[in-house]
Design a protein around this ligand. Sequence first.
Ligand code: CO
Ligand code: ZN
Length: 333
Amino acid sequence: MFTDMLKDFLKTYGATGREDKIADTIKNYVEAKADEVYTDVMGNLIAVRRGISGKKIMLSAHMDQIGLIVIDIDDRGFLRVSNVGGVNPVVTVAREVVFENGVRGVTYCETEKSGVGEATIAKLFVDIGATTYEEAAAKVGIGDICVYVTNFVELGNRFACGALDDRVCCAVVAEAFNTAVSDHDIYAVFTVQEEVGLRGATTAAYAISPDFAINLDVTLTGDIPECARMSVKLGAGPTIKVMDSSAIIPTFVRRYMEDVAKKNNIKVQNEVLRGGGTDAGAVLKTKGGIPACCISIPTRYVHSPVEMADIDDCHNAVKFVNAMLAERELPRF
Ligand code: CO
Ligand code: ZN
């Protein structure tokens, strides 16, 4: 059930800044359990279920996926592109891509002066099968954004697919929202434009002004050959984020998370991510400071078409979120 929902989220288009379709898909999964579902000016999708405590807890995961935006079309119909979010050009050569209107294409790069291993964003182009400028421009316009087309690859307990960042956490938030027992008002927020600077979370947190916020995102791991040093491993549990480049989680919030995990026997691991931020960073800095945390799903090959995660980590993340939602007391400093 979780996996079916996740697969549905993964196959839906939703580039950064173009989240309408993925918001519609997610809405289908959360509206039955919601008292209210709405979208805001930025495009954030917000599902609310009211409790009795008068306190608000915001759950969030970002809907957007990194992509390539068309900046020019040449005489032979090749699309030239720029990145929206942290696209790695080397893993973006020789990929199938799709636009919001369903137009498909493949990527390649200029090879006269260097090989595909030295691809840069400026050298990338998208071939949609057009032979002239006119033919290409009839299908795709300047400003249209394409994303990787990828398959869901099942690998035992693990699975790989593009867009796990952050659709895997959209599925965790949707599942937690649908199954949680809580005294509190739950705001499940599926945010936009995380990949270009935590933008959707910034306005959503301000408007909702929650008493506590639990953000979910993917994080890198240190368990693959010759990678940067990091303790996080696939299958060792969802993480309690300690620090990344957007946030240092307040100690009283982290202690609260550790207590809840311990009390409920949930396997977790601490996370220090040296490069990269999450929506929790934006929420923490909202108004006079909102207590916020981040639970991450350990993910290999982030920002590639073969991002990989472990199903047990996903189920444990749902359990962990539900355990926090079941608490009467919120973190207190
Ligand atoms: Co990302
Ligand atoms: Zn992410």
